[in-house]
Design a binder for this molecule. Sequence first.
Ligand SMILES: [Zn+2]
Ligand SMILES: [Zn+2]
Length: 197
Amino acid sequence: MPKETSPYTVLVRDLPVHRKFEVPSTLVGEWVKGLPMRDALGAPDPDPQAGEGVADLDLYADGTHAFAAGTFKGHLMVACSRCVGPVKLNIDETLRVTFMPPGEMPAEDDAEPASDDEGAEVSEGDLDVFPFDGEKIDLEPLFREQFVLSIPYAPLCAEDCKGLCPQCGIDRNTGTCSCEKPIDPRLAALKGLKLPS
Ligand SMILES: [Zn+2]
Ligand SMILES: [Zn+2]
């Protein structure tokens, strides 16, 4: 029996081709499972609201490499990093991807140390490369990446989200509580200080 192929696999012999691919919420939920800002949402599993995506791609090959160019649009639901409420992240990316033999892939160790950002002349998006075996390209890792990379370090439902009270846990966006603010000794000291005006 042939191994079940991913719906996002395209045979190189069928190229060039223009195709649309849809990513349903069940798959999106599967892909982002375990990420902190997803788990914090406490969504059901499977989550019909996890998100979705549509890729609209031109796929072509030149003999040893294959290329994908087009757009990826969709959205993903994650938790707000302050109040844990839902945040809808919109995804609207332009894709330019090269599929190359694994032997030609730039080794991760070749990259500059992460702390050394100077000298980076191209954005990461321009250097998207994925391995392929010369016969078929699998777009699933590419699509999965669109969702994972859309999550910011600290997602917010609103710029001014007031978050949860650290003491009683009430959502300060929708309610108030009478918890007293803990006094930061450093701020207490500053209160007696008069700044020149
Ligand atoms: Zn929030
Ligand atoms: Zn409180």
